[in-house]
Design a binder for this molecule. Structure first.
Ligand code: GLN
Length: 554
């Protein structure tokens, strides 16, 4: 029988439930347990695929093609849990399923209600993840306790111990203990209120994880323990970490969380093996070099819009023991200012995926700059499509070359829809999604980086390279380094006359981990590092005004 941990959040949103849940999963795995992770989101959208990155950050894609909340990225980066469609449910999906059952007459004319029908459906999706060979299931409830829309989820997890036994369930509540400068003290009242709301619903948390900026004294922990009815050793301090997110799991161990969980469940495990975590932090603390990468995107100001890309760059930095500084560049700014003004100080340029026309010309100009100045370039999805547009226009000599996503009447549609997709106009469910195999050309940069000729990577796009232009592009020095196994779809392009210019139609960032950097990101960072070393040795001969405006990622 699997054990269940439910993670709720209180006081404020963005309190870090995703990262904390992922850290708990990581620690349980480090004790040798088999873990599964799940996120239940209270919003009504049926899937996060069509939601704006402004509100929700990136859409995270799984192997099976499901488009999910970005917290699932934390889960995959921190744990080895296999995530599937069942790992993320929204209120919209739960209601849709219940309504479909009602339409099919499955409720035999009964009144269909939030309790028990919606709450049963929620419990069913939790039970589904607990099937088979698994020790602990972690289910994170999105939103903040007290939100109207979270109520059915909270009611469902309140009932869940009746399904599987109280001894098999543990409720963890993540809360904020703010420091009031004027009073010079930590305040526990918001936590008391938040736990009060949970208890009104009928949930008594077993563990409180207290986010704080200042250490929580024994006295304050005792006070929280007394008011919230939680044993003092289960009042866990989680202080803000400015250096690295990988300090979070270690601080949870220091505060005894993993030990408390296994004891409470009566699980017999060895102590957590923390060696990989310590090694990550050691590499981060002692970088051999510092380099800077420009990420030129449409949502540069939003630090979650390209979350997995920023993480994958960091992982590659950990791999090479290099500190990677990331400059988030708004592609529309490139259109207003010359690319050299914004990009000349960087050791590498990355153009990420995206949708919509805004900023496209800025991306194309950035790629031209990277190509001509021989700066390592990495294009991802839309980034690859823009690289094809740039090459078509400026090297092959195809004026007006474009993607039909942005110019339906382009004289040279180098990127277009596959024939069978032309008829589809409905949003949602119309993309090439999930893990797909590809074959690589022997001797290519990609083949060298991967160390194999057959790969599988996750996709999320509608448009493709137009094969009509393939030979012309090849004649001008573009290499088609990766294609679908039948050769029909272009997956990777490279340039012969360039130190490192590689662009992919898929999303390698979704398969990168701190302990296993993605080979293409590792290759890109290596090329950028070599360029930095070369430039350093040439610095005395170079123009010292090599200082671009660099808005850095915090
Ligand atoms: N908008 C492009 C397409 O649909 C690229 C998508 C992406 O970058 N994820 O093909």
């Amino acid at each position: 029988m699997a054990k269940h941990i439910f993670v709720t959040g209180g006081v404020v949103s963005s309190i870090g439930k995703g990262l904390t849940s992922a850290s708990i999963g990581m620690l349980l795995e480090a004790r040798g347990l088999k873990v599964r992770m799940q996120k239940l989101d209270p919003y009504i959208n049926v899937d996060p695929g069509t939601m704006s990155p402004y509100q929700h950050g990136e859409v995270y894609v799984l192997d099976d093609g499901s488009e999910t909340d970005l917290d699932l990225g934390h889960y995959e980066r921190f744990t080895n849990a296999q995530l599937t469609r069942d790992s993320n449910y929204t209120t919209g999906q739960i209601y849709l399923s219940v309504i479909e059952k009602e339409r099919r007459g499955q409720f035999l004319g009964k009144t269909v209600q939030v309790i028990p029908h919606i709450t049963d459906e929620i419990q069913d999706v939790i039970s589904k993840v607990a099937e088979g060979d698994v020790d602990v299931v972690l289910t994170e409830i999105g939103g903040t306790v007290g939100d109207i829309e979270s109520l059915p989820f909270l009611e469902a997890i309140r009932q869940f111990p009746m399904r599987v036994g109280k001894e098999n369930c543990l409720f963890i509540h993540l809360t904020l203990v703010p420091y009031l400068k004027a009073a010079g003290e930590l305040k526990t009242k918001p936590t008391q209120h938040s736990v009060g709301i949970l208890r009104q619903i009928g949930i008594q948390p077993d563990v409180l994880i207290c986010r704080c900026e200042q250490p929580i004294s024994r006295d304050e922990r005792e006070k929280i323990s007394l008011f919230c009815n939680v044993p003092v050793q289960a009042v866990i301090e989680e202080r803000d970490k400015d250096f690295s997110v990988y300090e979070v799991p270690l601080s949870l161990v220091d505060n005894g969380l993993d030990e408390f969980i296994v004891r409470r469940f009566g699980l017999h495990t060895h102590a957590a093996n923390l060696a990989p975590l310590h090694e990550i932090l050691r590499r981060q603390r002692e970088p051999k070099q510092e380099i800077s990468i420009a990420v030129v995107g449409k949502y540069a100001e939003h630090k979650d819009a390209y979350k997995s890309i920023y993480e994958a760059l960091e992982h590659a930095g950990i791999h090479h023991q290099i500190q990677v500084r990331i400059g988030r560049i708004q592609s529309s700014d490139i259109e207003r200012e010359a690319p050299e003004r914004l990009l000349s100080g960087y050791d590498g340029i990355l153009v990420p995926g995206g949708f919509g026309e805004r900023g496209i010309e800025g991306k194309v100009q950035s790629i031209r700059y990277a190509r001509e100045k021989k700066i390592p370039f990495f294009g991802i999805c839309l980034g690859m499509q823009c690289a094809a547009i740039e090459f078509g226009r400026n090297v092959v000599g195809l004026p007006g070359a474009h993607s039909t996503e942005f110019d339906k009447d382009s004289p040279h549609p180098v990127i277009c829809l596959l024939d069978e997709q032309r008829e589809i106009t409905r949003l949602g469910g119309t993309m090439r999604l999930g893990s797909q195999p590809a074959k690589l050309a022997d001797g290519s940069l990609a083949a060298r980086a991967y160390g194999t000729l057959s790969i599988a990577e996750r996709h999320r796009h509608r448009y493709e390279f137009n094969n009509i232009y393939k030979q012309q592009f090849e004649r001008h020095g573009m290499k088609f380094a990766g294609t679908s196994p039948d050769g029909g779809l272009v997956e990777i392009i490279e340039l012969a006359e360039h130190p490192w210019f590689l662009a992919v139609q898929f999303h390698p960032e979704f398969r990168s981990k701190p302990t296993a950097a993605h080979p293409l990101f590792a290759g890109f960072i290596d090329a950028a590092s070599q360029r930095r070393s070369r430039r350093k040795s040439m610095r005395t001969f170079e123009n010292p005004s090599d200082t671009a405006v660099m808005p850095m990622l915090d």
